[in-house]
Structures are given as structure tokens and as C-alpha cells.
Design a binder for this molecule. Structure first.
Ligand SMILES: [Zn+2]
Length: 395
């Protein structure tokens, strides 16, 4: 390394000097062959001065000679001394930087992301049938929700733009104090996918009311989908964004269920059966989501499962068996239920399934709301234990 550092400039100086001297000498011999006195004076005085100037000019500004040992240097690279006395590292520059460095004088063309196509929203037409809009009726909520959407949709797009700008930044632009090396880019990545589906009932009286609830900021709650009683499915958020539907929750060791799940609100006040059209539409939606994101059968769960002390939705009317038969969530075998062994630990079994057992009674209630349904007490009888034993071996 030292020999290379010292010898390279000396060698370059010598070669430049000799080349320059020889070229100048031949030229002068040709032109001034008959004026020997002028030629002699030039050789003695002017030539050393010119040689000195040439030496100064041929420093680092000289085009670098290609190393014969590296005939095919990688394109789009530049080297710079690395910090912390580490060996020199190759620095990969942005395409626009390469353009600027390699073609001086040319204005670099920086490629910009094309602007996202945005819709133009128009306010809903004024109502002509005032009688239909009785206070808190579906029409009432639809009317105000439609009005709110005039502002909500641009607000949604603004938030999406902020997210895009956030994730478009190179890691080197993020100030992470734990990183003390330069940025090495990986080329193998894509966006994270949801891996759970959490089902809710809305505890409201119409899908329109829920659409309204999720359209205003003060409620601070949302879901990706709302499934109406009539089987109409409303999508409110892109599947890849993080909805606010789980709240303080835990499943297994996951404590941020919003980050890994899709939230589906089912239009139901909690004290009524779910309509067939609604469950049919829900299953169709789940079918799509399971296929689209590779969500395992076990990961279709209830809000009450992940927040046992706080939540009890969907209600005991929810047809979990029908869903399990369609491939969403598990159900116990309805015949030949085995009696669990004497050392069967019911709490550990609940934990294996995913329940937070820090509040044992709440965990048991949540389990029974999902699988027993007609009894949601905080204790397990023999039948409940058989169901639990049968189920936990499926997870
Ligand atoms: Zn809920």
C-alpha cells in the first residue's frame, strides 16, 4: 500500500516529464534547426520552466490511467476514503450523481416520481326529500357521511402522500443513532402484508352510521372494511395501511395487532343475529383476503379474542362455525370429543391458542364467547375443557 502510494505519483511525474521533453525537443529541432543560438537558449531556460508548469498541471487533474489489472471497472461507482480508518469501500451513487460527474456541463436529468393521479371530488347534491332524513336514520347518516367525504377523501390522499414520502426516503436519510456505517442498499424487498383478520361488530344501528363514525377524526377509530346488513361491503382503507381497530390488545406475543391485521366491522348492534346475506358477503371477502395475503386459517379471530378484558365483539350470535367450515378460523370437532388427560393445563392451552391469560377469568370468558357462546361465564366446566383440549391441538 505504502509502495503504491509513493511510487505511483513519482512514476507518473517521470513519464509525463520525459514525454513532454521529447515531444518539445522534436518540435523545436524541426522548426528551429537553422537558428541554433535561439534553440540553445530555449533548451537551457524556457524548457525547464515549461516542464515545471507541465508538472504542476499533471497532478490529480490528469485523467487517471486505467489500471491494467482492472480493465472493466464497475460502472456507476466512485471511491472515497471511509471513516474510522476502515479499508476503502465502494460507494454506490445515485444515477443523477453519476450523470453529473461523468458529463460535466450537462444539466443532470433527475428522474421524478410521476404525480399520483388524484380524483376530483364534488360535493353531494342538495337533498330534495327532507322527510326521508329523520334524525339518526340511515339516510341521515348517509347524507352527512357523503358531505364529509368531500373533505375526507383529499385528507386520505394527503396522508397516503405523507406515507409515500416517508418510506421513499433512503435509510441514509433517516437519523438512526444506532447506525454508524454508510448505507448498503439491498435490492430484495417489497411492502409488508397483513397476516391476521380481526372481526368486529359495530355496535351501531346502520352501516351508514359506521361509515360516518370512521369518516371523522374525533372518533380516532377505523377499519379496512364495513359489511352491511344487506351484504354490501364497503372498503374504507387500503389493505396495506394500518387501521385503528384493535386498540390495546394482545394475541400470542403480538402487542400491536393493528400493524399486522386487517379490521373488518360487521354492521350489527350486538343484540341481534347476523343476516345470511351479510355472512355470505363476509365469507366472499375473507376468501379474497386469505388468498391475496396468504393468511393462515388460525389467524381469523375476534376482537374479543385479542382484548379479553375490554371487548366482547363479535357477539355470541356470530356464526364462527360457519366461518370455520369455510376455512376461516378453527372449530372443535362436534363428535367424539375426548376427555383431556388428568394433567391437562387449561390456562396453558388458552395461551397456546393465543389468549392473553394475565386475567384468567377474562381469557376464559373470551374463549367461551367464541366457542361456547351460550355460556360466557369465567369458569370452565368439563365440556368446555373438552372443547378447549380439542381446539388447542389444532393450533
Ligand atoms: Zn371491535
Amino acid at each position: 500500500m505504502i509502495v503504491h502510494t509513493i511510487l505511483k505519483p513519482c512514476w507518473r511525474f517521470t513519464m509525463n516529464f520525459v514525454t513532454f521533453t521529447l515531444r518539445t525537443d522534436i518540435l523545436l529541432r524541426t522548426i528551429l534547426v537553422k537558428k541554433r543560438s535561439v534553440y540553445t537558449m530555449f533548451i537551457k531556460k524556457a524548457l525547464p520552466a515549461l516542464a515545471l508548469l507541465a508538472l504542476c498541471a499533471c497532478g490529480d487533474n490528469m485523467p487517471k490511467k486505467t489500471n491494467v489489472l482492472n480493465r472493466n471497472p464497475p460502472k456507476n461507482t466512485a471511491t472515497k476514503p471511509s471513516p474510522n480508518n476502515q479499508p476503502n469501500q465502494t460507494v454506490f451513487t445515485k444515477p443523477e450523481q453519476v450523470t453529473r460527474n461523468n458529463q460535466p456541463g450537462n444539466t443532470p436529468e433527475v428522474t421524478k416520481r410521476p404525480e399520483r393521479e388524484k380524483e376530483v371530488y364534488t360535493p353531494p347534491p342538495a337533498s330534495t326529500d327532507a322527510a326521508a332524513y329523520t334524525y339518526r336514520s340511515p339516510q341521515y347518516y348517509k347524507r352527512i357521511t357523503d358531505s364529509i367525504q368531500f373533505y375526507a377523501k383529499p385528507s386520505y390522499e394527503k396522508t397516503v402522500d405523507e406515507i409515500i414520502n416517508q418510506i421513499a426516503k433512503n435509510p441514509s436519510q433517516r437519523k438512526n443513532p444506532a447506525v454508524n456505517s454508510q448505507w448498503y442498499a439491498s435490492v430484495n424487498f417489497n411492502i409488508r402484508k397483513p397476516n391476521f383478520v380481526v372481526l368486529h361488530h359495530t355496535a351501531q344501528n346502520s352501516a351508514e352510521q359506521t361509515l360516518f363514525t370512521f369518516s371523522i377524526t374525533r372518533t380516532q377509530t377505523s377499519a379496512h372494511y364495513v359489511v352491511g346488513r344487506d351484504g354490501v361491503v364497503y372498503q374504507m382503507l387500503n389493505d396495506y395501511v394500518r387501521a385503528w381497530h384493535s386498540g390495546n390488545s394482545k394475541w400470542g406475543s403480538i402487542t400491536d395487532m393493528n400493524s399486522c391485521s386487517l379490521g373488518i366491522e360487521i354492521d350489527n348492534n350486538g343484540e341481534e343475529p347476523f343476516s345470511d346475506a351479510q355472512i355470505t358477503a363476509l365469507i366472499k371477502l375473507l376468501d379474497y383476503l386469505k388468498d391475496q395475503y396468504g393468511i393462515p386459517q388460525s389467524n381469523f379471530i375476534a376482537h374479543s379474542d385479542i382484548a379479553p378484558s375490554r371487548k366482547s365483539d363479535p357477539s355470541k350470535y356470530f356464526p364462527w362455525k360457519r366461518l370455520a367450515d369455510a376455512g376461516f378460523g378453527y372449530w372443535y370437532d362436534t363428535y367424539n370429543l375426548q376427555t383431556p388427560p388428568a394433567d391437562f393445563n387449561a390456562l396453558l392451552a388458552l395461551r397456546v391458542i393465543g389468549y392473553d391469560i394475565s386475567n384468567q377469568s377474562a381469557a376464559i370468558k373470551a374463549f367461551k364467547l367464541h366457542y361456547i357462546q351460550n355460556d360466557v361465564s369465567g369458569t370452565l366446566n368439563d365440556y368446555d375443557k373438552k372443547v378447549l383440549y380439542n381446539l388447542y391441538r389444532k393450533f
